[in-house]
Write a protein that binds this ligand. Structure first.
Ligand code: GAL
Length: 327
């Protein structure tokens, strides 16, 4: 797993390891503190310990070619977890959520809430994208931008910070490395200081995930924005605890929830199928070309969560207890 400092990976690792242990597998779970070299060393150690299957949520999906060559020499199977591994033939399967759909849901939410589809506008939008080394970030941004771009073209949406985003290929112009809350807060501070003077207000922020949204929300508050009228539409992803509480408090508008338990369940199933030499279940054999081959994938559906359905979606499903959310 990439890091413990981004909340969801703790859930991912714990759930998957628990499932595998219960199924009788010997497991090694490692976190790499968002350091690529550390992750490569961890993989090399697992290969030296004769692991049969590697499940890898990569930090930089383009950096694992050499170590996975070694895995292939030992006929070790590799499952890319949540994030695609690129530029190598030595990845067998990919399990994730529909990453493009995540962004599409965020874009559609902004359109609906602002009433852009009803001809309203113009509105001030500030877009952000995820970490430049994360293959998912490209898909999140493309999904959102394909929805929002027509409104930028019609000037119903404007970007006062002037970020150059002629197409979704420009996503790295607004990427925040490491998915860092501190960096997103600093970036938002800078935009507000430089481009939002004379009473100009932000109407919407495209935040690709919750850790970035948290920094952005702290920046807005520090610049005098207050929840209620005048607080911008803010998107998110992952249903992190602090952000879910912010949604209940009106400080974030939505998050795209990806039930990490379902992803763990699917990967555990894939591992069983590999070990029993059965066909491995996939439902997308077209989308995820890693530059060397199209990796057969299993995509899970992401779900929008707002203030109105935190209980029905996150509490009733057991993802959070009501008391944990202060409900
Ligand atoms: C992405 C992942 C998101 C988000 C982000 C930061 O790859 O799909 O769920 O967590 O990383 O960890």
């Amino acid at each position: 797993m990439p890091t413990k400092s981004l909340e969801r990976w703790n859930n991912d690792g714990a759930h998957l390891e628990d499932l595998l242990k219960k199924a009788g597998y010997t497991t090694t779970l490692q976190y790499a503190d968002n350091k690529v070299d550390q992750q490569i060393t961890q993989l090399q150690n697992m290969i030296n310990q004769n692991a049969q299957i590697l499940v890898v949520a990569s930090i930089d999906g383009t950096a694992l070619g050499p170590v996975l060559d070694k895995a292939a020499q030992q006929k070790i199977k590799v499952i890319a977890y949540d994030r695609l591994i690129n530029a190598t033939p030595n990845v067998d399967y990919y399990a994730t959520f529909d990453n493009y759909q995540v962004g599409k849901l965020q874009g559609e939410y902004i359109v609906k809430q602002l009433g852009l589809d009803a001809g309203k506008g113009p509105f001030n939008l500030e877009p952000f994208a995820g970490s430049s080394d994360d293959n998912n970030a490209k898909f999140f941004f493309a999904g959102a931008w394909d929805v929002l771009k027509p409104y930028l073209d019609s000037k119903k949406l404007v970007i006062p910070s002037g970020k150059k985003l002629a197409s979704d290929a420009d996503w790295k112009n607004v990427s925040i490395d490491g998915w860092s809350s501190q960096k997103s807060q600093a970036e938002m501070d800078n935009r507000l200081n430089s481009f939002y003077t004379g009473g100009k207000k932000v109407d919407a922020v495209l935040s690709p995930n919750d850790s970035l949204a948290l920094g952005i929300e702290q920046s807005l508050e520090s610049k005098g924005y207050r929840t209620g009228a005048g607080w911008p539409i803010i998107t998110g992803q992952d249903a992190d605890l602090a952000n879910t509480k912010n949604i209940l408090a009106g400080k974030q508008s939505m998050t795209v929830w990806k039930d990490t338990r379902a992803l763990g369940d699917q990967v555990a199933k894939m591992i069983d199928q590999i070990v029993k030499d059965q066909p491995v279940e996939t439902n997308d054999t077209k989308t995820y070309d890693n530059g060397v081959k199209v990796v057969p994938a299993y995509l899970l559906p992401p779900v929008v969560v707002t203030k109105d359905d935190v209980k029905s979606k996150l509490v009733d499903s057991g993802f959070y207890t009501a008391s944990k959310l202060g409900l």
